[in-house]
Design a binder for this molecule. Structure first.
Ligand code: AMP
Ligand code: GLY
Length: 416
């Protein structure tokens, strides 16, 4: 099969790595990164260039396009590709609204009977404040639209809530924040589940957990993700099956009722409350950095499964999970996510033997590999248990060096 992976981060590197593992596939990545260039041919087309990507897919005669990030899907990449007769794993614009609008996701969940925090949509600060009353710490504020992980607020007091609402309605996040969902604050540990969906049915991959905050002990600002483990240590047996039946299949059915065959990955971000798992958010794509921890535990022909899902065909039963555990530790540029410098040489990669190194923000400049983004590398190790996987991942991290590198030392050891 000829497969094109759209995107340039650690998730996309893990995807080409996973696709290359089994079967005889020819892989392409666009725009890709230096790590992806090992398993795929990298082509310089930007992920948000919908027509350019369709031209490339035609030129390369690919059988399947796998879209990594959400923005091209929300912008309609699936329709543009379908219009050219190209098979795409990733929902169309209507399906992508389950990530692109928190309120749409809530309506779908309410109709489908999927457990989620009770919430309401607001377009003015006064109404939102009066809904919350004095007890703002019992609520969460969410920009309705895409906000690259920066659209969720947990105010500590009325003043903070009021200020956040003022900023959102004032346009701080553009159109994304001009509608705000106010929902009940839940508590519990978090977990993510990725489901490969063919419109009606779903293959659910092992559960994982990411660490979104920059600081140890899950403190400080949110990031794109500082690490992930698969599976989270305290997961009960059959958890994924339960989420498939309780969340994924009812959502697919409700989407079909609304006229959308959802063919793509559905990512459910869950909170494990005393009343059982509740959905915090959906994404319409693989998680980053969860994918870097999940795919190394998946055995079988990934391309075959993704192509079947994209074509709405029967999902193969050939994907299996190896057992054991995987841990991914993200090495970032010091100062990320606020401000950081780029262009520092990365050394030590050739000494890593016990771990996989997925590239995210890297570039080759005059023959040297240098840092080129906030999150630079995702270092993943697999073992029979999580502690050993973490030890291996951290040993590998310590052999890699670049100026001002930063990583969290407590991945998998605290529970967000
Ligand atoms: P989201 O982008 O919706 O996953 O939200 C980002 C983070 O905000 C989640 O990982 C949670 O830690 C937190 N969060 C979101 N919704 C809620 C909620 N209803 N109650 C408590 N925390 C939440
Ligand atoms: N790790 C969170 C996400 O992919 O959205």
């Amino acid at each position: 099969m000829r497969v094109l992976v759209v995107g340039s981060g650690g998730r996309e590197h893990a995807l080409v790595w996973g696709l290359a593992r089994k079967g005889d596939h020819t892989l392409f990545g666009a725009p890709g990164n230096p790590g992806m260039a090992r398993e795929s041919k990298v082509c310089a087309v930007k992920a948000d260039d919908l027509e350019g990507m369709a031209d490339l897919a035609e030129e390369l005669s690919v059988d399947l396009v796998v879209v990594g990030p959400e923005a091209p899907l929300v912008a309609g990449m699936a329709e543009v590709l379908a219009g050219r007769g190209i098979t795409c794993l990733g929902p169309d614009r209507q399906g992508s609204m389950i990530e692109g609008s928190k309120w749409f996701a809530k309506e779908v969940m309410d109709s489908a009977g999927v457990p989620t925090a009770e919430g309401k949509l607001f377009e003015s600060r006064e109404e939102a404040l009066s809904y919350m009353g004095d007890d703002v710490r019992s609520f969460v504020l969410k920009a309705d639209g895409l906000a690259a992980g920066k659209g969720v607020f947990l105010p500590q007091d009325l003043e903070e809530a009021s200020g956040t609402l003022e900023e959102l309605f004032g346009g701080k996040l553009g159109e994304s924040g001009k509608r705000v969902v106010v929902e009940r604050r839940l508590s519990g540990m978090e977990a993510s589940v990725l489901a490969i969906c063919n419109g009606k049915d779903a293959l659910v991959l092992p559960a994982s957990r990411d660490h979104k905050r920059i600081g140890e002990g899950d403190t400080g600002p949110n990031t794109g993700g500082m690490g992930a483990v698969c599976p989270p240590p305290e997961m009960e047996d059959g958890f994924e099956r339960r989420i498939r039946e309780m969340v994924v299949l009812p959502v697919l059915e409700e989407m079909r009722r609304r006229g959308c065959e959802y063919r793509g990955v559905l990512y459910a971000g869950l909170m494990l409350t005393d009343q059982g798992p509740h959905v915090l958010e959906f994404n319409v794509r693989f998680g980053d950095p969860e994918t870097q921890a999940v795919l190394p535990l998946v055995q079988g022909d990934l391309a075959e499964a993704l192509a079947a899902a994209a074509q709405g065909e029967l999902l193969p039963s050939t994907l299996s999970f190896s057992g054991g555990a995987a841990a991914c530790v993200v090495m970032a540029s010091g100062g990320y996510p606020i401000s950081y410098e780029k262009g520092y040489e990365i050394t030590g990669l050739s000494e890593v033997s016990e771990a996989l190194v997925f590239h995210a923000g890297t570039a080759v400049v005059e023959g040297s590999l240098v840092t080129a983004g906030g999150r630079v590398l995702g270092v993943t190790a697999v073992s029979d248990g999580l502690d050993r996987a973490l030890d291996k991942a951290y040993r590998a991290v310590e052999t890699i060096d670049f100026r001002n590198s930063y990583y969290r030392k407590d991945i998998g050891r605290t529970a967000p």
